[in-house]
Design a protein around this ligand. Structure first.
Ligand code: GDP
Length: 296
C-alpha cells in the first residue's frame, strides 16, 4: 500500500550515491520524494510536515559510516522515524481490572466495530482462555444486534440478549450484572454507530462510558477512509477517554496513511489492525513491522 514510498525511496538511494555525508543540498530531493509519497498515501498534512522536519534534523550532517551508502543512511532514519511516529512498540490490551474487564467499542457505522468485537472475542477466548460475554447496545439497528448474535454463536461465545425497545445504558448495565454473576472475565460492549458524527451519538456513548467505566475504550476506524479517518479520530478522542485504536480494512487498497496519522493526532496507541473480513483477520499492531512493510 505504500508502493510509492518504497519506489520513490529507491530512486533517492541512487541519486545520493557518491556523497560522503547527508547535507541540506543533497537530501532536498530525497525529502521531497518522502513528502510526496506520504501525501499520496493520505497522511495528514501537519503529520507530514513534522515528520519531514524530524527526518531532516536527524539526517543532516550524518556521516555515512561503514558499508552504508548515504541513501541507505537516510532510509535508516526514515525507518526509525516511522516507527516512532506509529508508537515504537505494540501496546497490548489491558485487562487488569476486577473481572469482568470491560471493553467499550466506539466508531462510525461500517467501520468494522461489530466484526472487530467478534474478532476480539475469538482472540481472547482462544489465545487467552478468557470467558467472554458480548452485548450489543445498538438499539437503532436490529440487524446489528442480530449480527453480533450470529458472530457469538459462530464463536461459541456467550452473548447477552438486547432489543431495540431498550435504552443502551440499561442494556449495558444488565449485561454487566449478568457477567459479574456468571464470572465472565471480559465483557465487550458493541455500540451504535452513525454514518457521520452527530451530537446525539456522542452524548449517548459518553454516558455509556460514564456508567460502565471500561478499562478499554477502543476506537475502531476504517483505514480506507483516508484523511477522513483522522477527523473522525479527533472527534471521538475529544469526546471519550480512548485507550486504543483498531485500524480496520488494512487488507484492502487503503493507502494506509491513516496508520501514520491516527496515532499522531490522538496520541492513542493503535493496538490492533483488521486484515480481513474473517474472524481470524485481527493482528496486534507492531510499528516496526509496519515501518518495514511501508519501506518495502
Ligand atoms: P460496524 O457497522 O462498524 O459494526 O461494521 P461491521 O463490523 O458490520 O463491518 C462493516 C463491513 O466491513 C463488513 O462488511 C465487514 O465484513 C467489513 N470489515 C470489517 N473489518 C474488516 C477488515 O479488517 N477487512 C475487510 N476487508 N473488511 C472488514
Amino acid at each position: 500500500m505504500f508502493e510509492n514510498l518504497s519506489n520513490r525511496l529507491s530512486g533517492v538511494v541512487k541519486t545520493l550515491r557518491g556523497h560522503a555525508r547527508l547535507t541540506e543540498a543533497n537530501i532536498q530531493d530525497a525529502l521531497r520524494e518522502v513528502r510526496m509519497a506520504l501525501l499520496e498515501a493520505d497522511v495528514a498534512l501537519p503529520v507530514v510536515k513534522s515528520f519531514i522536519n524530524d527526518i531532516k534534523a536527524r539526517a543532516l550532517g550524518k556521516d555515512v559510516i561503514g558499508s552504508l551508502t548515504p541513501g541507505q543512511a537516510l532510509i535508516g532514519v526514515v525507518y526509525e522515524e516511522l516507527v516512532k511516529l506509529m508508537g515504537e512498540h505494540n501496546d497490548a490490551l489491558n485487562l487488569a481490572a476486577v473481572p469482568p474487564a470491560i471493553i467499550l467499542m466506539a466508531g462510525l457505522q461500517g467501520s468494522g466495530k461489530t466484526t472487530t468485537t467478534g474478532k476480539l472475542a475469538k482472540l481472547l477466548k482462544e489465545k487467552q482462555r478468557k470467558k467472554v460475554l458480548l452485548v450489543s447496545c445498538d438499539v437503532y439497528r436490529p440487524a446489528a444486534i442480530d449480527q453480533l448474535k450470529t458472530l457469538a454463536q459462530q464463536l461459541e461465545v456467550e452473548w447477552y440478549p438486547s432489543d431495540v425497545s431498550q435504552k443502551p445504558e440499561a442494556i449495558a448495565l444488565a449485561a454487566l450484572d449478568y457477567a459479574k454473576r456468571h464470572f465472565h472475565d471480559v465483557l465487550i460492549v458493541d455500540t451504535a454507530g452513525r454514518l457521520a458524527i452527530d451530537e446525539q451519538m456522542m452524548a449517548e456513548i459518553k454516558s455509556l462510558h460514564a456508567s460502565l467505566n471500561p478499562i478499554e475504550t477502543l476506537f475502531v476506524v476504517d483505514a480506507m477512509q483516508g484523511q477522513d479517518a483522522v477527523n473522525v479520530a479527533q472527534a471521538f478522542n475529544a469526546t471519550l477517554p480512548l485507550t486504543g485504536v483498531v485500524l480496520t480494512k488494512l487488507d484492502g487498497d487503503a493507502r494506509g496513511g491513516a496508520a501514520l496519522s491516527v496515532r499522531n493526532v490522538t496520541g492513542k496507541p493503535i493496538k490492533f489492525v483488521g486484515v480481513g473480513e474473517k474472524l481470524t483477520g485481527l493482528e496486534p499492531f507492531y510499528p516496526d513491522r509496519m515501518a518495514s512493510r511501508i519501506l518495502g
